[in-house]
Design a protein around this ligand. Structure first.
Ligand code: 5GP
Ligand code: ZN
Length: 115
């Protein structure tokens, strides 16, 4: 846990949330400022500041994050309609919380390239 990290505080229960999914390694929560009808953040319970800090030991964890996104999208019909999964890394990509999280966005037409 990083005492200055918003997502570590959520994971520690210091900031209460109602998770959509919670297990030993991950939590999935609704984004506080949703950019689509479904906007979920899939967050590992260990503090990793950004994709720049990944090491091979994280490979299974990151795989689980993507599989969790698919498992959250499927029962809502977005496996057919479509969805987007995004990691923002660094300032120009708009990363604002430096604890990795996978955005799952769905429920509207998503432009490409992104803004
Ligand atoms: P980033 O900009 O780092 O890719 O994404 C951070 C996301 O966290 C943003 O989409 C922002 O709306 C969301 N966020 C910021 N603070 C909170 C919070 O306290 N609770 C939740 N659920 N989401 C938050
Ligand atoms: Zn953290």
């Amino acid at each position: 846990m990083n005492a200055d990290c918003l997502f570590c505080k959520i994971i520690a229960g210091i900031i209460p949330v109602k998770p959509l999914y919670d297990d030993a390694e991950l939590i999935a929560i609704q984004d506080i400022n949703p950019q689509a009808p479904l906007h979920v953040l899939i967050i590992p319970k260990i503090h990793i500041a950004s994709l720049n800090d990944l090491v091979p030991e994280h490979d299974a964890l990151v795989g689980s994050m993507f599989r969790r996104a698919a498992d959250l999208a499927r029962p809502r019909g977005y496996d057919v309609r479509g969805y987007r999964t995004v990691f923002n890394t660094g300032a120009e990509a708009g990363q604002s919380v430096f604890h990795i999280h996978l955005h799952l966005l769905a429920g509207r037409s998503l432009a490409w390239p992104p803004g």
